[in-house]
Design a protein around this ligand. Sequence first.
Ligand code: HEM
Ligand SMILES: CC(C)=CCC/C(C)=C/CC/C(C)=C/COP(=O)(O)OP(=O)(O)O
Length: 297
Amino acid sequence: MPADWRDFFALTKPKVMRLVVFTALCGLLAAPGSIHPVIGFTAILCIALAAGGAGALNMWWEADIDAKMKRTQGRPLPRGTIKPTDARDFGLLLSGMSVMVMGLAVHWLAAGFLAFSVFFYVVIYTMWLKPRTPQNIVIGGAAGAFPPLIGWIAVTGEVTWMPVLLFAIIFMWTPPHFWALALWVKPDYAAANIPMMPNAAGEVSTRRQSLVYSALLLPLSITPWLIGGTGAIYGISALILSGIFLALTVPVGLRRSVDGDGMKPEKKLFAYSILYLFVLFGALVLDRVLAQAGVIA
Ligand code: HEM
Ligand SMILES: CC(C)=CCC/C(C)=C/CC/C(C)=C/COP(=O)(O)OP(=O)(O)O
């Protein structure tokens, strides 16, 4: 069957990237100052297309790995509906064009960070770290943490504490987000010979480490409030959301055997991790918009 637009769309990992784009949009909307709506829209479009291009390059590089894992077998490259060179060219074109447009139309600092994110995800994470070390997603997770910082810089043109904190929050969130899933798809990664933490260091160690990251995420997530970068709407939301995150990580982190329950606590934690980031960044924007409108301090 020949490739159609749906196959190319699937290469951009649209489900994962909608949260990437949402956090970028929130970074842009929460930043102090103003941006022309057309320029703001262009910035978000560039981040979305660059992230999609990076996803396509990841799938091009990992076609053989994806073919070995149940979760990823249905992707266009393992199914053979897209030629590998087409996927590669599509990814290069999307990310290259997005970086250029970001630089020319929005800001070259934002474009520089965007190019670095693509490089970090495709080269540092996908090609270098992922097949080599169980710390792959800890270090590589930085790529997915850049979008709100890029959205922020698109408005302000400079790196300050607030966008760095937003970066740090996603960086700290990534291990419990991903390892919850990695615990129940361990056989997939074993089949593909990828040293994800549960495969390389064992389940008990992965669970403990997830708990450490979730525990650190709680104080980190309220730091924007503590340093006066946000108001109480964000601060209290962060406290509640991160408290629930930690409470859901505790049963995952402390259990030693799985007792045939279909890994329910791990699946619950993974699903909540996604909701968490959507609501946390939504609260940040609400807080800032109300402050700018003079409704709150
Ligand atoms: C290195 C870091 C990360 C790794 C290894 C990772 C891994 C994964 C994996 C394997 C899935 C299952 C997706 C699928 O089956 O296609 C997933 C789902 C998801 N991830 Fe992550 N993730 C990471 C970082 C992020 C970041 C930074 C975000 C957004 C800010 C994100 C958002 C999502 C979302 C929204 C889903 C659910 C997709 C759906 O609805 O099926 N992830 N992640
Ligand atoms: C702006 C920009 C470039 C953003 C990049 C965003 C980014 C790095 C998101 C990371 C999320 C992601 C798709 C992880 C999948 O890991 P994986 O590739 O190991 O998962 P897989 O097994 O599903 O392929």
